[in-house]
Each structure stands twice: as structure tokens, then as C-alpha cells.
Design a protein around this ligand. Structure first.
Ligand SMILES: [Zn+2]
Length: 287
């Protein structure tokens, strides 16, 4: 992954009720093959039209990687750990906030893909040494026990086993509906990966939906939740999940944190004429 330039903002901190929150830009990649990544099987004309109407390139796109930090006042909870390679900036982002890896109390893994688990270990040692680690039980079982891993994800399975198997003894395993810490609850988001978890964070009436990778592109996945993304493991279920989460976010007017939305990855879901749109944060969190 490409390193974040020091001149580029990489931390976006905000208050959520009495909680403190921050979006941490671990990495940002510019990639080709927009259509095959997010719109497999769709006519090129439809993809071109969507790109043009959103003023974005129809071939190249930026893919951001944005873990979320929530400080409840008593516990610092980190959602995902970034890519963990040379270009990974998550520890620099924490440093910008005056924090080191030993300040993290809880690490939550939304799912087992490399850009989420990569920062868990370095040189075979856990990076967040003091932290309780939380995995979705279904996701952990899928990678460690499963024979259902598709060929394109076999290297991912081996990576997961290498990184995560040794963390099991310090881990807690949860299911949708379970509480991580008071104010943070897991939400079923399966599809992109078999046990993907989203999280609803609530403090003093302010709410944030961390939807992780249920949505991979801020325009395509939201305006066309039914289009299949190449990165989704169970494509039909991913579509069902996107439709459910879009309805939830729009009806409840939730603030959303999306791991792969454009930095800071924060926004709202607007609904008009039967379709949805990503509305990036402007000054809502400052007033
Ligand atoms: Zn991801």
C-alpha cells in the first residue's frame, strides 16, 4: 500500500456524545479496473454513466483504508488494524493522537481480510499487547476451520491462520447483537465476508454506524447496492446486507463510518426518488 504523505490529513477526530472518536487513514491506494472491482458483469455504458454523473474517473479510483478509534472514556476501542505493511500508517495516526499501541484496551476485528488484520502482529508479536481482542465467532470459525474458502481467498486463509490463530487465547468471540463494551453493539453485516460485523456506537443519544466493508465504493455500492463487487465472498448476501443497512442508515439518519469510503470515511445516507446517496460529512460534527 502507498504511504500517506505527511502533508495529507490522516486523522479526523470528533466527539460522539461523551465518547471521543477518530477516523485513522492507514493507507490510500490508487487502482485501475474500477468496473471489474465494483460492477462485475454490468454493461460498460452503465458504469461510464455512473462515473460521469459522480464526476469520477471510469477506470481509476482511490481506495482508502480507515480504521476507527472510539474512546468511551474508560476504554479505547480500535476497530480493525490496517494493512500492516511498510505503507501502513495506523501507528503514526495513533501517535498523532498522543497514543501508543499499549494505550489500546480493545481491538475489534470486523472481518478477516488482510487490510483489517494485517496490523495485529509485527515480527510474530501482537502489536496491541495490552488489548483484549474481539472477533466475530462465525468469521473466526470460517477462516480457521472452514473448507468453504474460495480459491481466490486461500492465501487470505493462510494469512488469517498465521496472524490470528495465536491470538485466540486473548480473544473474545461475539455474534450479532452482542455488546463489545457498554454503548457498542455488533450488527450482522455478512456477505462481503461470511461473518462480517458492523457496529452501532451510541453515547448520549449520538449514534454512529461502523459498517466496515459492507460498502466498498461510496458511489457504486450505495447507488447500486445490487451490483456485485469482486471482493465480496457471498455476493447475494452482500446485496441483501447493503439494502438492509442503507434503509437503516437512511431511516435512522445515522452517522456512518465506512472503512473504504473517501477519507475521513464519514457521512450519511440520503434517500431520494427511491435511490440512495452517500453524503460526506461537512461541518455537522463541529457544531
Ligand atoms: Zn477492507
Amino acid at each position: 500500500m502507498s504511504e500517506i504523505s505527511p502533508a495529507r490529513a490522516r486523522v479526523f477526530a470528533f466527539d460522539l456524545g461523551s465518547f471521543k472518536a477518530a477516523a485513522l487513514l492507514d493507507a490510500a491506494d490508487v487502482r485501475d479496473n474500477f468496473a471489474s472491482a465494483f460492477a462485475a458483469g454490468q454493461p460498460q455504458a452503465a458504469v461510464d454513466e455512473l462515473a460521469a454523473s459522480n464526476f469520477i474517473d471510469r477506470h481509476r479510483y482511490e481506495h482508502c483504508f480507515i480504521p476507527t478509534l472510539i474512546d468511551t472514556g474508560s476504554q479505547k476501542v480500535l476497530f480493525d488494524t490496517g494493512c500492516g505493511d511498510e505503507g501502513s500508517s495506523i501507528l503514526d495516526c495513533l501517535h498523532d493522537l498522543g497514543l501508543g499501541p499499549d494505550d489500546i484496551d480493545v481491538v475489534v476485528i470486523t472481518h478477516g481480510h488482510p487490510d483489517h488484520i494485517g496490523g495485529l502482529v509485527r515480527n510474530g508479536e501482537p502489536v496491541f499487547k495490552r488489548a483484549r481482542h474481539i472477533f466475530g465467532a462465525a468469521e473466526f470459525a470460517f477462516w480457521t476451520e472452514g473448507d468453504a474458502v474460495r480459491p481466490a481467498r486461500l492465501a487470505n486463509r493462510d494469512l488469517f491462520r498465521r496472524i490470528c490463530a495465536g491470538l485466540a487465547e486473548r480473544a473474545t468471540f461475539i455474534a450479532p447483537g452482542d455488546e463489545v463494551v457498554p454503548g457498542i453493539t455488533a450488527v450482522d453485516a455478512a456477505g462481503h465476508s461470511p461473518g462480517l460485523l458492523a457496529f452501532l456506537v451510541e453515547s448520549d443519544g449520538k449514534r454512529l454506524l461502523i459498517w466496515s466493508d459492507a460498502f466498498l465504493h461510496y458511489a457504486v455500492s450505495i447507488q447500486h447496492p445490487e451490483w456485485h463487487a469482486d471482493f465480496d465472498d457471498d455476493r447475494d448476501r452482500a446485496v441483501e446486507t447493503r439494502k438492509r443497512l442503507l434503509k437503516m442508515a437512511a431511516e435512522q439518519r445515522l452517522l456512518v463510518a465506512g472503512h473504504h469510503m473517501p477519507f475521513p470515511g464519514l457521512g450519511y445516507v440520503g434517500q431520494a426518488d427511491g435511490s440512495f446517496r452517500w453524503i460526506p460529512v461537512s461541518y455537522q460534527l463541529n457544531v
